[in-house]
Design a protein around this ligand. Sequence first.
Ligand SMILES: Cc1cc2nc3c(=O)[nH]c(=O)nc-3n(C[C@H](O)[C@H](O)[C@H](O)COP(=O)(O)OP(=O)(O)OC[C@H]3O[C@@H](n4cnc5c(N)ncnc54)[C@H](O)[C@@H]3O)c2cc1C
Length: 386
Amino acid sequence: MPARRPAHPVSAAQAVGGPRPDVLVVGGGLIGLLIARELIHAGARVEVVDDLRAGAASPNAAGMIAPIAESSADIAFAKMALVSRDLWTELAPALEQESETSIDYDRAGAILPVLDETGRKVLAGIREQAEDLGEPTAELDRAELLRLVPDLRPGIETALALPGEHRVDNRLAAEAAAAALRRQGVILHRATIDSVVEEPGGVSVTGAGFAAAADAVVVCGGAWTPEIHGLPTLPIRPVKGQMIGFDRVDWPFSGAIRTPSFYAVRRAGGRLLIGASVEHTGFDLSLSDEVGNGLASGAAELLPALRDRRPVEHWAGLRPGTPDGWPLVGALTDRLYIATGHFRNGILLAPLTARMITPMVLGQAPDSTAPVPAAMQPGRFHQPAR
Ligand SMILES: Cc1cc2nc3c(=O)[nH]c(=O)nc-3n(C[C@H](O)[C@H](O)[C@H](O)COP(=O)(O)OP(=O)(O)OC[C@H]3O[C@@H](n4cnc5c(N)ncnc54)[C@H](O)[C@@H]3O)c2cc1C
């Protein structure tokens, strides 16, 4: 079936100097890149502009695809997260094929050790919700735990296993998405966008040394989105997360271990990532020894073998947070769209976000598997311009 063209016709005046794209995506984090990919697959001409900001969330995340563990407080969020998790199972091999690189996608699940009586009750609630949603769960005894994670401290007798939690190397996934786009001829510009202006027939986008126009623009600027002039006031705030990484971890278990105070996520090649702080300190990206040491000692309490090791990496990234914890996905005006504010779950939700917004931008009927919930409508925070 031939792909449909965008609803917005290309204006001849703007096409001087080469055909302008149907859609310009501003921001090339994982959200922007996967939206560009989905738009391309739907037949649109797409370009991406990104300024490779230090602290961007996508390369600095933990890469957990954790629909159950991240959604215990909100069943609607959990249902949506499960749809996106399922999309990852198709997306991961497709990205690897399109880019001819591995993205270290792993489906080993997550282990949530029972640390005390309070924890036991919390985990019972998570288990109940998972089972209500039709997700598999299991209780692991100490022997099974030690087979998977030989370093576990004495006294941990049981854990909840969530086999439906996945993980991906988010750095590799973003690089693979960019490589896949380039292979399809998509131009990835490097520039900082200062403003977007909707005009009759299109949207113009300008920044230092950069000017372009497109029929439609999707803004995916993560925590920096509100800095772009021409957008309505949006309450997106940076929420800093510091993480550390250890080398030479060789447990059989290749998934994530989660406790209330930290998570430990495996990577291929023996790397183990420990995260993450949650800091409301604006755009500051400085690394604090106090936070790094706190993550290391917290992890070593559960995994004593880490006590004698020094982290080989310490970094920070900025999550795009919103007041209600839900992303903003949808139209701001006729031709201007936004997809950001995914806070702690942008890696998990990236494929579904791309699926949600693509038909909207192209003027197509919504994908019935990916309706945009009211909780994500950008209009909940502003009155659309008249
Ligand atoms: C420490 C940490 C751990 C995390 N762990 C997880 C996890 O385990 N699972 C999960 O699902 N999520 C996790 N997240 C959250 C996830 O990383 C984010 O929700 C997601 O990456 C947001 O993607 P994005 O593309 O919207 O933003 P970003 O990745 O921040 O990308 C925004 C891009 O826009 C560009 N940009 C911004 N402004 C402009 C401009 N004016 N002009 C041009 N370009 C611009 C930036 O350079 C950047 O590349 C974590 C985040 C952090 C920080």
